[in-house]
Design a protein around this ligand. Structure first.
Ligand SMILES: [Mn+2]
Length: 362
């Protein structure tokens, strides 16, 4: 191969995932893990010991761990409250601890309140009897955010969901009230304050921050959201100009918004060296721009052209870490919604296949 694909897989940690490390090790093409310490609340320091023990576990089966996801930003930082400095200090400590353990990329987001949102976590796909995550704007119209959080927690089958910490969401109404009147511009100012504090540290320890997009890719519940199109990301990248201020380009999150041309966005930011990580999956709209489900990874099952996506990555940011994203529940698997083994493993193999073809034709 002229260019090696950096294929990885998300893993929730020992005893916290139906998928085991040896399953991942046996998945063709997968060389590493995008890790997380699922139990950490936003604002807490990730201690060296716990990071080390997670990574050592991964290394023991012969996988590497160079990327960490879901280092969540405390709401006070996004709100610009006086207490933010203390949480930024903690965040910096976490960056240093991760760097000390060989981490190169940290994936995070700067979305108020909701990390991601679906209206059904186990939606039947009638064509083949599998299940996937589903979103319909119509389904949230009659509901309050508090009701939606309750429904989502109920549907999670007892698994933790990334970004849905129960302790934080038990104060949901309070947090939502705190955002009342906040504009996108206000949020950008608070975002810049955060980046100005952390990016110089990232530069000195050699870590890239990669901002994950809003999901779905438009504003919800009147909350300000910044990261769902090229224009929004141009602004984020410009807030603090540095090779350490990058994106985690999630094709499914951005692809939920039909206005986004995903291969063009990859080329735009890849050429500027601002993509450090990618989540690659497909999404299918169902007769309405704001109704979609997560489909199998293959182009023909969704609205995204996966060949053009992989080609854009190959051409402009081949060194970025990649993982298949949410998969469907197939073959009777019972797992954390979106994070079963089978469909994601098929996705990884498919993406590696596209890569090999592109590589040999180049
Ligand atoms: Mn994603």
């Amino acid at each position: 191969m002229k260019k090696e694909i950096k294929m990885t897989f998300r893993w929730y940690g020992e005893g916290n995932d139906t998928v085991e490390l040896w399953h991942i090790k046996q998945t063709p093409g997968v060389k590493g893990i995008m890790g997380l310490l699922d139990y950490k609340a936003a604002g807490e320091v990730w201690e060296t010991d716990e990071i080390k023990s997670y990574i050592e576990g991964v290394n023991r089966v012969g996988l590497e761990c160079k990327v960490i996801e879901s280092v969540n930003v405390h709401e006070d930082i996004k709100l610009g409250l006086p207490t933010r400095d203390e949480y930024i200090e903690n965040y910096i400590k976490t960056i240093e601890n991760l760097a000390e353990n060989g981490i190169e990329v940290i994936i995070y987001n700067f979305m108020p309140v909701f990390d991601w949102l679906r209206t059904d976590l186990n939606r039947l796909i009638p064509e083949d009897g599998s299940f996937s995550l589903y979103f319909s704007e119509k389904d949230i119209e009659g509901l309050t955010p508090v009701e939606i959080v309750k429904n989502t927690s109920k549907a999670s089958r007892g698994f933790t969901l990334p970004g849905w910490e129960t302790a934080r969401l038990s104060h949901l109404q309070e947090i939502l009230d705190a955002y009342k009147g906040m504009t996108k511009e206000d949020l950008l100012v608070n975002y810049k304050y955060f980046l100005d504090a952390i990016i110089p540290v990232c530069e000195s320890v050699g870590v890239k921050m990669a901002c994950h997009p809003d999901d779905p890719g438009w504003p919800i519940f009147g909350l300000p959201r910044l990261a769902h199109d090229q224009e929004g990301y141009d602004k984020i990248v410009a807030l603090h100009d540095s090779p350490c201020n990058t994106l985690c380009l999630c094709t499914g999150s951005l692809g939920s918004n039909v206005k986004n041309d995903i291969p063009a966005m990859i080329r735009h930011f890849g050429e500027k060296d601002r993509i450090a990580a990618l989540h690659v999956r497909n999404v299918k709209h169902l007769g309405d721009d704001r109704v979609f489900r997560e489909s199998a990874h293959l182009s023909e099952y969704g609205d995204l052209d996966m060949f053009e996506i992989m080609k854009a990555i190959y051409d402009t940011c081949p060194d970025a870490y990649i993982r298949p994203d949410h998969g469907r529940m197939i073959w009777g698997e019972k797992a954390r919604p979106g994070y079963g083994l089978y469909d994601r493993a098929l996705g990884a193999t498919y993406l590696c296949g596209l890569w090999e073809a592109i590589d040999k034709m180049s």
